[in-house]
Design a protein around this ligand. Structure first.
Ligand code: PGA
Length: 261
């Protein structure tokens, strides 16, 4: 599977700042052809990404979407609007949306449906609130996934990306999950996806939560980790480029870094 490495800027950068960021990033990652890259700016800067990244190896998208296509939804943005801006990836169900906007699995499922209807790729974020080990994590995350993916027919599951983002590992003062924890959860998610439908084996499961340069190779080297989703550290385009350039492990070499936890 081609690794998928990207960032959500969350609520950072004006449109003007976005232009400067993307102009800095583009040459730093040019020529990376063995992986997929993306940036998710805030809504007002998406048109800048379209203009600055067109024809490059970096895709763009959005951090949220309304499940309806049109209507009286003040302040909301719909999938057709984002498709028109050339978005490839739409993030859905991030823990900050769940916590601060009360998003429920029903709403998230409807958003996933809208993204797929408009031919884009949902990046569905899931993760447990407290650190109680991989088994407990899977016991929370799998039922949530079942709910959030309930509108996705078994044969279409490959069109979805899952982002495993333990809530306790996200944000200021947090630390990333240990590589062996990440591996165990990702392998559990892949096992569930394999059972979910004929194309479940094609679903990429990427890791997010305090990713930075020093741990990126180790995390990406874990079996079952198909990419990285970067927050704070990627607010510096040089740091994001360094993470984006991380060596892609060759499965023939076996897992590396498993001794470190
Ligand atoms: P962080 O954010 O890298 O700043 O921890 C990750 C995320 O929320 O996706």
């Amino acid at each position: 599977m081609r690794p998928l490495i990207g960032t959500s800027w969350k609520m950072h950068f004006t449109a003007t700042e976005a232009a400067a960021y993307l102009d800095a990033l583009r040459p730093l990652v040019a020529g990376l052809t063995d992986r997929d890259l993306f940036v998710l700016p805030p809504f007002p800067a998406i048109f800048v990404a379209r203009d600055r990244l067109a024809g490059s190896n970096v895709a763009w998208g959005a951090q949220d979407v309304h499940p309806d296509d049109w209507g009286a939804h003040t302040g909301d943005v719909s999938a057709p609007m984002l498709a028109d801006l050339g978005c490839t990836y739409l993030e859905v169900g991030h823990s900050e949306r769940r916590r601060y906007h009360g998003e429920t699995p029903d709403l998230i499922a409807a958003k996933v449906g809208a993204v797929l209807r408009w031919g884009m790729t949902p990046i569905l974020c899931v993760g447990e609130a407290e650190r109680r080990g991989p088994e407990a994590a899977l016991a929370t995350v799998v039922p949530d996934l079942e709910h959030c993916l309930e509108l996705v027919p078994a044969g279409s599951i490959a069109a979805v990306v899952i982002a495993y983002e333990p809530v306790w590992a996200i944000g200021e003062h947090a630390t990333p999950a240990a590589p062996d924890e990440i591996r165990a959860v990702h392998q559990g998610l892949h096992a569930w996806l394999d059972r979910r439908g004929p194309t479940g084996a094609e679903v990429r499961v990427i890791y997010g939560g305090s990713v930075e340069e020093s741990i990126a190779p180790l995390v990406l080297g874990q079996p079952g980790v198909d990419g990285l989703f970067v927050g704070r550290r990627a607010l510096d385009p040089v740091a994001f480029a360094a993470i984006a350039r991380v060596p892609v492990p060759d499965p023939a070499d076996g897992p590396f870094g498993t001794a470190v936890s």
